[in-house]
Design a protein around this ligand. Structure first.
Ligand SMILES: Nc1nc2c(ncn2[C@@H]2O[C@H](COP(=O)(O)OP(=O)(O)OP(=O)(O)O)[C@@H](O)[C@H]2O)c(=O)[nH]1
Ligand SMILES: [Mg+2]
Length: 390
């Protein structure tokens, strides 16, 4: 997917700043030759911070800057002067970004709201200057604390679009046509499979200026979980939807079978997908007459609300919106929480390398770090007590 602008998977290297060291300065002034220790504390290293930003829709901007490093804290100096804190680095991410450790696959955090900030890596605390260590028996400590080390991590950021309703169907089922009919989104529509190559969101307005968000994703075929068609990588974008709208065209040979295949592919991707609310739309129903609909009706899968629709004539679309709204606002749905009702699982380590390769993100990112500001050497075996840190 290298040529696409829709980037929903990136690997980047992040490093926080290390803490500045405390100063070992001794005060010496004209009439005060043995003024004692007056070395100030080092500054804090910069944090790496993630911030949700609703103006970003993809992770594309992160493709260009794969090494994100915060500033180091400066050393303390004489007169008990504090060192300056290192500059924080804020990474703006679209709402719905989930972060994993690229080496262990471990889930780290997610950012779902605009303005939400998460500290991904903490900057090291600055070391205390020598004047903190002055005691009755040790009047001139010639040591200070080194700053705390920096932290580094290579992370995978994955975007999982936040929508209420996700469209699920074979290619050509009419998913994009529905999205274009009920929202102002302008997805590409054509009479061939895999017209939609990347996900798209649309805002569906409902009565009394209420609205919900619908996500159109590429079509799914039997065997998608084994990589057929566009595979299942786009399913991550409906992982967080609370409702899945299954779409099967009226001219399908076997609607129930098609529905079962879709369901099975979802289950293979993530069994929790089956815990979501489901609605079935029989699309392109302008091709049916009442008699045919009556014939199809009893063959439809049980236990799932269904509706015959045509995005072209508008038939059933209003009813569909009513059903979607009703389902979305069900008590059972509310308890689970609107967003992220799915728990984030760690990545499967045995497949992680393959996944990175599939996403074109398997290149090594680690960098060699040269420490130009060598820490206080004499203090290598210095052990400070933990409570010395504030
Ligand atoms: N007669 C009729 N044709 C429809 C209707 N909805 C969609 N179509 C046609 O079906 C074809 C496929 O529509 P799309 O909306 O592109 O289908 P899709 O599910 O998004 O397909 P992919 O993106 O390839 O997965 C187009 O030629 C549409 O014009 C409908 O309600 N009635
Ligand atoms: Mg489409």
């Amino acid at each position: 997917m290298a040529e696409s602008n829709f980037v929903d998977y990136v690997k980047i290297y992040c490093r926080s700043g290390k803490g500045g060291r405390g100063s070992t300065h001794m005060r010496r002034a004209k009439y005060c030759p043995n003024g004692g220790p007056d070395g100030g504390d080092g500054g804090r290293g910069g944090h790496i911070i993630l911030r949700g930003n609703r103006n970003y829709w993809t992770l594309l901007h992160l493709r260009y800057d794969r090494h994100i490093m915060a500033g180091h804290g400066e050393s303390g100096s004489k007169n008990r002067s504090f060192g300056k804190d290192g500059a924080d680095k804020v990474i703006e991410v679209p709402c719905g970004t989930v972060v994993y450790n690229a080496e262990t696959g471990e889930y780290i955090c997610d950012v779902t709201e605009h303005g939400q900030e998460v500290i991904l890596l903490k900057g090291g605390r600055g070391g205390l200057g020598n004047w903190h260590f002055k005691t009755a028996t040790r009047q001139a400590p010639r040591f200070a604390q080194p700053g705390e080390p920096m932290q580094e991590m290579t992370v995978i950021m994955e975007l999982k679009l936040l929508a209420d309703v996700g469209l699920v169907g074979f290619p050509n089922a009419g998913k994009s046509t529905l999205l274009s009919a009920v929202s102002s989104a302008k997805p590409k529509i054509a009479n061939y499979p895999f017209t939609t190559m990347e996900p798209m969101l649309g805002i569906v307005s409902y009565r009394d200026s209420k609205s919900f968000v619908m996500a159109d994703i590429p079509g799914i075929i039997e065997g998608a979980s084994a990589g057929k068609g566009l595979g299942l990588r786009f399913l991550r974008h409906i992982e967080r939807n609370s409702l899945l709208l299954f779409m099967v065209p009226a001219d399908s040979d076997d609607i129930r079978k098609e529905y079962d295949i879709l369901l099975n592919e979802l289950r293979t991707f993530n069994p929790e997908m089956l815990d979501k609310l489901r609605v079935l739309a029989i699309t392109k129903s302008d091709m049916l007459d009442q008699e045919l609909m009556d014939e199809i009706e009893p063959t439809l899968p049980e236990g799932i609300p269904h509706v015959f629709i045509s995005s072209i004539t508008g038939m059933g679309v209003g009813v569909l919106k009513d059903i979607l709204w009703e389902e979305l606002n069900k008590e059972s749905n509310k308890i689970e929480g609107h967003i992220a009702s799915i728990a984030h699982r760690a990545k499967d380590l045995s497949h992680l390398q393959q996944e990175l390769a599939d996403e074109g993100e398997d290149e090594e990112l680690d960098i060699e770090y040269i420490d130009e500001d060598d820490d206080i050497e004499e203090l290598e075996d210095f052990e400070y007590e933990e409570e010395e840190w504030e």
